[in-house]
Design a protein around this ligand. Structure first.
Ligand code: SIN
Ligand code: CO
Length: 374
């Protein structure tokens, strides 16, 4: 897919037009966005995943007007019978667990990786759902199997039903309604109220995005800059040869305020270290992700990033799984290519310099990338 080609995924719009007209602005219903879509996991596989410690899952059961929520791990016995109506199991981060889910998520890489979050899959029995709610992030809701009725409303009254364990809107007045079949998809910008109810058993994928709050991003980036900043060998001390005698000894001297303001501003003005910290923060894998040690690279074969690897870059750096490296020239071009394509063919790999080749070998050992099969 190129960003200037119309695609069925976006109802015949090009990614460029979609981003301009719809992204963060208005919903879009797309019939047969992914014709013949196959769920990345079967119902049984999804249930088995929910029982695993390292998989994030939730069970939501509705009985009349009461809702219950349980967080995973959830053994099969903790789940109601599949013919019991009104319940749903949601499994987060399938893209880090299954290649097929990772590939489904990769179709949405017309949005920067720094904003793509994860692929969640829900299975619902007849009548199941999570209730009317709003999300603070954009979402594509792709119907994988069976049918689900979606009702949506523009951002409005966000009063929640009191005393329920979920965030359910008290005054949801749907404005539009559609029945989605397998392959259909609904895009919603942040803040749009929505309620999806299964008609018969169904599976839905949510392609989720992430956006840090201002304060959150600020503190994460500052913390990362702090962690990286070393005390210089010679740390010039504060000096005050002009300090006059004082009869208010408890007052902090104004010159000391100025000294600190100057030093902090100087430190913040290092554009490279801020960019470096941002890349490290954004490429940090999620806490539940870990890598098994990998195999040495096979000579003469290309490489592919592991589905769990987060690789990003800017003009000066390449970032991989929370680590930064300064890269320039041909090596940087090849590393960027690896990040964008998530693989690098053997002839391009052969053009990497010695240091970069050694780095790739280390990344393979860490399980961050693997040799491509021939
Ligand atoms: C679901 O799959 O049931 C919930 C997805 C959502 O509303 O965000
Ligand atoms: Co939602």
């Amino acid at each position: 897919m190129t960003i200037s080609s119309p695609t069925p995924l976006l109802g015949g719009l090009t990614p460029q037009v979609f981003m301009r007209r719809h992204w963060q602005k208005r919903p879009l219903l797309i019939r047969q966005a992914v014709p013949g879509v196959l769920p990345p996991a079967s119902r049984a596989e999804l249930f088995a995943m929910a029982a695993r410690e390292e998989v994030e899952s939730r069970l939501i059961v509705r009985q009349a007007r009461s809702w219950t929520l349980r967080h995973g791990p959830l053994s099969r016995r903790a789940l109601p019978r599949v013919d019991q109506p009104g319940w749903t199991l949601l499994v987060q981060g399938l893209d880090t667990h299954l290649d097929a889910a990772h590939e489904l998520l990769a179709r949405f890489r017309f949005v920067p990786d720094a904003r793509l979050d994860d692929l969640m899959v829900s299975w619902a029995s007849d009548g199941g759902g999570v209730g009317p709610h709003v999300d603070s992030y954009d979402v594509f809701l792709l119907q994988l199997q069976g049918s689900r009725r979606w009702r949506i409303a523009a951002p409005g009254d966000q009063t929640l039903v009191p005393d329920v364990p979920l965030k359910i809107l008290q005054n949801f007045t749907p404005e539009q309604e559609w029945l989605l079949a397998a392959g259909d998809m609904l895009y919603l910008p942040p803040g749009w109220a929505h309620d999806g109810v299964a008609e018969g058993e169904c599976m839905t994928a949510s392609i989720g995005f992430r956006a840090a709050g201002r304060a959150e991003l600020r503190s994460e980036v500052l913390q990362c800059m702090l962690d990286a900043s070393e005390r210089p060998e010679s740390d010039p001390l504060y000096r005050d040869p002009r300090q006059a005698a004082t009869d208010t000894p408890s007052r902090i001297p104004e010159a000391m305020h100025e000294f600190v303001a100057r030093e902090v501003a100087r430190w913040l003005a290092e554009p490279r270290s801020m960019a470096c910290a941002l890349g490290e923060v954004l490429s940090e894998p999620k806490p539940q992700v870990w890598f098994e040690p990998g195999q040495p690279l096979l000579s003469g074969q290309g490489v592919r990033l592991d589905r769990r690897t987060r690789m990003l870059y800017d003009d000066q750096h390449v970032f991989i799984n929370g680590e930064a490296l300064l890269a320039g020239g041909r090596d940087a071009r090849l590393m960027r290519r690896l990040a964008d394509d998530r693989e690098l063919a053997a002839p391009l790999l052969a053009k990497l310099g010695d240091d970069a080749t050694e780095l790739l070998a280390q990344w393979a050992q860490a399980g961050w990338l693997h040799s491509l099969p021939t």
